[in-house]
Write a protein that binds this ligand. Structure first.
Ligand code: AMP
Length: 616
C-alpha cells in the first residue's frame, strides 16, 4: 500500500463523525491493507508482523495507532519534537529554518498541519526530471523508521535527522502531515485502541452469513459479535501487538487468536485495582484474599534460566535463554537499574517464569522505606552501583502469570499463588484468607504495623486480566481521616491478656462544657469500641495509663474518667442505636495515643455527624 493511500484514508477517518462509521471505515482500511499481497500462509505471518513487504496489514494497524513498534517492544523511534521540526525545515528548503517551523507551530497548534503547509523536495525534485517521485510505501516507510530507531551511539542524532529529512523529502503535503504525526506518536484521527480492536473483529471475524448478505448488495449489516471482539481483546492482552493480532485474525480466525499465549520476555500490561472497602470485598467475593500492599514500584519479571539453553524454546521463541528481565508498569525495560533483583531472581528461580510484583526499598533491618526511596533507583541509567550501596531493594512477588511452560492467566488467584510460592518461595507475598471485615481490619493493622502501605483485597477465584482495572482487585481505601477519641471505658482482655485491658470504649465531646473534665461519660457520647491494631506493648501501656482513672467496674467492664485521647482509624461512620452518640465507627483501628492532646482537643459529636453525612 502506498503511504499516500494510507494518508488519504487517515484524512477521511479524521472527518468521520460517528463511532460506528469510524469502526467500519477502519475495518475497510484493514481489509484493503490485508488483501494486497496478503498471504493466507500462516508461516508468513511472523515475517509480516516484522514489517515484511508482502503484508501491510500489521504495519497499517500499528500506524493507525501512531505506532511503529508494538507496545511491548522496548524499541522506540526516539524522535523528539525538536528533531522533527528540524527535519521539516530542512526538507522545506534553504529559506526555511527550524525557528520558522516553530513559529508556524505556534499558530497552527499541531505539527501535522505545519508539515502539510510546506512544499517538500518530492514535489520540487524528482518530478522535474520527469520520473515522477519515488513514492513512499507503507512497508518502505516502516522499514526506514525501524532502521532509524536502531541508530545509536555517537552521531545517531544527526543520522536520525538525515533519514527523517529524506523521508519528508519524498512526501506530498497529505503524506507529510501523517508522517510528522506518526513519528511523534499522535495521529489525531479519532481512532483509539477500542476502535481498532472492534475493527479487527469487524474486518476478519464477522460471521459468513452476514457477509453473504452484503455480497447480495444489501445494506452492509455485518457486526462482529461479542465472542469475536472478546477473542481479539484477549489476544491483545497477551501480545500487546495490534499488528500481530490483526494478521492473526485474518489468517487463523478466532481459533488462532485463542491459541496465542504469553511469551517469556514479552511483557504484558499489569492488572490494576480499584479502590474499595473491606465490606465491598466481603460482599463481592465472600472469601477474600488479603495481601500486603507494598509501597514501591511495580515490576514484571521475565526469566528463562540457563542462558543460551532453554530446551526446545517452544514457549520462549522470542527470547532464547533469557536472563532475568524486569519491566515497569508501562512495560519499559528497567532491568539495568535493578541488578540485585536480577541476581536474586537468577539465584532463586529454576524454571521459566513471568512474575508480577512490587520492588520496595528496605532499610538495614529489612523494613520497608517510603516509596520515594525506590524512585531514586528505579529508572536510573548512571551510577547504578553507587546507588545500590545507598538504597537496598527487595522484590515482593505477588502473582505468577507463567510457570515452566504453562500460562496461568486463566487460573484463579489461589492456584496462581500456589505456583508463585513454588517457583519463588522466599520473595513471594503471603496470601491470607478472610471471611469478614474484622479479619481484614486486623490484617491491615498488621501490615501497617510492619511499615507497609495497607492491604489489597482480591477475589481468590479471579483470573489475571492484563491491563484491566476491574472489581477483582480492590485496594483498601485508606481511612479518609482518623479521629481523636477519648477513652471512656474498657474491658479486661482474655486468656494471655487477662490482666490487661483489651477493648476500649471511645467517646467524643458533646459540647464545649465537656472540656472541663466532667465525670463518667457526662459531656461525652460513645461512638464505638476499639480492640484492633493493639500490640501487647500498646495494651500494657494503655492499661498503665488508664488504671488510675477507673471510676467504676461491673463484670469485665470498667468506666474510665475521660483523660486519655487516642487516635483511631475506621472504615466509615454509620448511624447506630448501639452507642449514645447515635453513631458507630465501623472497623475502628487503634493508631496511637495522642500524648499531645487533652480531652478538650478531642473530636466532637458535631464532627462525627458531619463525617457521617460526608461518607453517606
Ligand atoms: P495504586 O498505585 O494506589 O493504584 O495501587 C495499586 C498498586 O499497588 C499496584 O499497581 C501495585 O504497584 C501496588 N501493589 C502493592 N502491593 C500489591 C499487591 N499485593 N497486589 C497488587 N498490587 C500491589
Amino acid at each position: 500500500m502506498e503511504f499516500a493511500t494510507f494518508a488519504a484514508r487517515a484524512e477521511q477517518l479524521a472527518a468521520e463523525p460517528g463511532d460506528i462509521g469510524t469502526t467500519l471505515a477502519v475495518a475497510d482500511l484493514l481489509e484493503a491493507a490485508g488483501s494486497r499481497g496478503g498471504s493466507n500462509d500462516a508461516a508468513d505471518r511472523d515475517d509480516a508482523t516484522e514489517g515484511d513487504d508482502a503484508d501491510d496489514l500489521a504495519t497499517v494497524t500499528r500506524f493507525l495507532l501512531g505506532r511503529v513498534f508494538p507496545a511491548h517492544d522496548t524499541r522506540t523511534l526516539d524522535i523528539g519534537p525538536a528533531l522533527c521540526r528540524e527535519a521539516i525545515a530542512r526538507a522545506a528548503g534553504p529559506n526555511v529554518t527550524a525557528a520558522d517551523v516553530e513559529d508556524r507551530l505556534a499558530s497552527a497548534g499541531e505539527i501535522g498541519a505545519v508539515a502539510a503547509g510546506f512544499d517538500f523536495g518530492g514535489q520540487r525534485g524528482l518530478a522535474a526530471f520527469g520520473e515522477g517521485r519515488d513514492a513512499l510505501t507503507v512497508a518502505g516507510l516502516d522499514a526506514s523508521l525501524r532502521e532509524l530507531a536502531a541508530a545509536s551511539g555517537d552521531g545517531s542524532e544527526s543520522r536520525k535527522l538525515d533519514s527523517l529529512f529524506g523521508l519528508f523529502n519524498r512526501c506530498d503535503p497529505a503524506e507529510a502531515k501523517f508522517l510528522a504525526r506518526l513519528v511523534l506518536g499522535e495521529m489525531r484521527i479519532g481512532v483509539g485502541e477500542g476502535t481498532v480492536r472492534d475493527a479487527i473483529a469487524e474486518a476478519f471475524l464477522t460471521d459468513p452469513e452476514s457477509e453473504s448478505a452484503e455480497s447480495d448488495d444489501e445494506e452492509p449489516t455485518r457486526r462482529a459479535d461479542d465472542e469475536a471482539v472478546g477473542a481479539v481483546e484477549r489476544a491483545l492482552q497477551v501480545t500487546n501487538d495490534y499488528g500481530r493480532v490483526a494478521a492473526l485474525s485474518r489468517d487463523e480466525g478466532i481459533a488462532g487468536l485463542r491459541k496465542e499465549g504469553l511469551v517469556v520476555g514479552r511483557p504484558v500490561q499489569a492488572m490494576l485495582a480499584q479502590a474499595g472497602t473491606a465490606t465491598d470485598a466481603v460482599e463481592a467475593f465472600g472469601e477474600v484474599a488479603v495481601e500486603t500492599k507494598f509501597d514501591g514500584a511495580r515490576v514484571q519479571v521475565h526469566y528463562v534460566p540457563g542462558e543460551g539453553d532453554d530446551g526446545d524454546g517452544a514457549e520462549t521463541d522470542a527470547v532464547d535463554g533469557l536472563g532475568p528481565k524486569l519491566y515497569s508498569r508501562n512495560m519499559d525495560d528497567v532491568t539495568d537499574a535493578l541488578p540485585e533483583i536480577v541476581e536474586h531472581v537468577a539465584a532463586r528461580v529454576d524454571v521459566p517464569v513471568i512474575l508480577d510484583g512490587e520492588v520496595v526499598a528496605v532499610d538495614d533491618a529489612g523494613d520497608p522505606l517510603p516509596f520515594q526511596e525506590v524512585l531514586r533507583r528505579f529508572r536510573r541509567k548512571h551510577d547504578v552501583g553507587r546507588m545500590r550501596e545507598e538504597v537496598s531493594l527487595r522484590l515482593h512477588a505477588f502473582d505468577c502469570l507463567h510457570a515452566d511452560g504453562v500460562d496461568l492467566l486463566d487460573e484463579p488467584l489461589r492456584v496462581r499463588h500456589t505456583h508463585l510460592v513454588e517457583v519463588f518461595p522466599d520473595a513471594a507475598a503471603t496470601l491470607e484468607f478472610a471471611n469478614d471485615a474484622e479479619a481484614i481490619a486486623a490484617a491491615e493493622a498488621a501490615a501497617l504495623d510492619a511499615g507497609h502501605e495497607g492491604v489489597m483485597l482480591k477475589d481468590p477465584d479471579a483470573a489475571y486480566t492484563p491491563g484491566d482495572r476491574g472489581q477483582e482487585w480492590l485496594k483498601r481505601k485508606p481511612d479518609v481521616e482518623t479521629l481523636d477519641a477519648v477513652v471512656v471505658g474498657a474491658e479486661w482482655g482474655e486468656g494471655r491478656r487477662a490482666d490487661l485491658f483489651g477493648t476500649f470504649l471511645l467517646g467524643v465531646r458533646t459540647g464545649p462544657d465537656a472540656a472541663d473534665g466532667g465525670t463518667g461519660d457526662g459531656g461525652f457520647a460513645t461512638v464505638g469500641k476499639v480492640a484492633t491494631g493493639l500490640t501487647d506493648e500498646a495494651l500494657a501501656d494503655l492499661t498503665e495509663r488508664l488504671e488510675p482513672h477507673v471510676v467504676g467496674e461491673s463484670g469485665t467492664e470498667l468506666s474510665i474518667r475521660p483523660e486519655v485521647v487516642v487516635e483511631v482509624g475506621y472504615e466509615e461512620i454509620q448511624t447506630s442505636p448501639t452507642y449514645s452518640s447515635g453513631y458507630a465507627l465501623r472497623f475502628p483501628r487503634f493508631v496511637g495515643v495522642r500524648e499531645d492532646k487533652s480531652v478538650a482537643d478531642a473530636d466532637s459529636l458535631e464532627r462525627i455527624a458531619r463525617l457521617a453525612g460526608d461518607s453517606a
